[in-house]
Design a protein around this ligand. Structure first.
Ligand code: SF4
Length: 381
């Protein structure tokens, strides 16, 4: 039986951290979606000094420091502010909800600056409302959470596409067009009790007029490895120790966090051999996702990552398993081939759905789950 999770409707920031089971979670939104080696080194040092040394890479390509205390928070902010990683105030921080493609050209860098400035002039939007600047030749962020997307059309023009709508509209002025789209969302009734998402509004049949341009076909999520822009390295469950980030900073590359639990080391041409990194695309750990779960998350009804790590070798290549500490499904809101959801009575098993869908089995004990998975996948093994 699933238990209704608590929906907070806002995202933590650095200036407005969120209380979790292991202390405050401090979320850093890397300016323009990138970190200089000095910034990465400062974050690693701050995580060690003011937190518990654990750093999460979020599904919106932000970094989260865990285990911060109210006593250490102020010094943490001062250390990060010295590296240009802190916004002037909470409101500016909350509005800067932007994912930038890690694969970008010089034009994208200019667009990121323009859009970041425009975000400070947005109307009051729900805390989860976000923007994606996805202006490589093919969109790569379509599975990442965003409400207003800037992409390219099949013939290379910049278009603005509301999430949930298959078509976009050519952009004449990025800042003005993004502002107009946000104002349309508000005026069209996209917000109820301070919450709302663009895709939900579009799903209600409320469609903005004049959107008739197809985006270029999107690309699949890349794997760890060497790309024309640099080297992608993955993190199991999107989590690393501060030492790993410090060692990456030492390599001297700009680091671009991605929404795929991977970091792009700009310009790197070799895979770094560092503890805590996943560089083999066939590593079974990449087939599983798991949230913080209990005890790190106060809503967690079961331990997640140890279970997921143990189950990973049982997940056939090409399939996905999501282990969720409750029905909220934070780590993977989309459907997975298999989803295990912790409940007070054990784990629910959902096949081909999300953590909120109806389970096919309930009350499974962690020790019984491997046999269930083996039975399910017997034809493939
Ligand atoms: S899904 Fe996981 S991280 Fe999210 S609230 Fe539930 S237990 Fe916590």
């Amino acid at each position: 039986m699933t238990v209704a999770p608590e929906i907070k409707g806002w995202c933590p920031g650095a200036l407005r951290p969120m209380q979790s089971g292991d202390g405050l979670v401090v979320r850093i939104r890397p300016p323009l979606g990138r970190l200089t080696p000095a910034q990465a080194e400062a974050i690693a040092r701050a995580a060690e000094t003011h937190g518990n040394g654990i750093i999460d890479l979020s599904a919106r390509a932000n970094l989260q420091l865990r285990g911060v205390t109210t006593a250490s928070h102020l010094n943490l902010i001062e250390d990060l502010r010295a590296q240009g990683l802190i916004d002037p105030d909470i409101e500016t921080e909350s509005l800067r909800n932007l994912i930038v493609t890690p694969f970008r050209d010089a034009e994208t860098a200019v667009l990121a600056t323009t859009l970041t400035a425009a975000l400070t002039r947005m109307p009051r939007l729900p805390g989860k409302f976000g923007f994606a600047l996805d202006t490589g030749p093919h969109p790569v962020l379509t599975a990442a959470s965003a409400d207003i997307r800037v992409e390219r059309s099949a013939d290379g023009r910049l278009i603005l596409r509301p999430d949930g709508h298959p078509l976009g509209k050519p952009i004449s002025d990025l800042a003005q067009d993004a502002l107009a789209q946000a104002h349309w969302f508000v005026a069209a009734g996209g917000i109820t009790n301070g919450r709302g998402r663009m895709a939900a509004l579009i799903a209600r049949g409320i469609i903005p007029p004049g959107f008739d341009t197809s985006p270029a076909p999107s690309q699949l999520q890349p794997n760890p490895g060497i790309t024309p822009d640099g080297t992608l390295v993955a993190l199991a469950f999107g989590q690393m120790r501060a030492e790993t980030l410090a060692a990456l900073a030492q390599l001297g590359h700009e680091i671009r966090p991605t929404p795929w639990r991977m970091l792009l080391l700009l310009g790197a041409t070799r895979l770094p051999d560092l503890p805590g990194l996943v560089t083999n695309p066939a590593d079974p750990i990449l087939r599983v996702t798991a949230c913080t779960g209990a005890p790190g998350c106060p809503q967690g009804l079961g331990e997640t990552r140890g279970l997921a790590r143990g189950l990973a070798p049982l997940v056939p290549n090409g399939q996905t398993l999501h282990v969720s500490g409750c029905a909220k499904g934070c780590a993977h809101p989309a459907p997975a081939d298999l989803t295990l959801v912790a409940t007070p009575q054990g784990f629910d098993l959902v096949q081909g759905g999300t953590a909120q869908d109806t389970p096919s089995q309930s009350g499974l004990s962690p020790t019984a789950i491997p046999d269930h998975l083996k039975a399910l996948h017997a034809p493939h093994l």
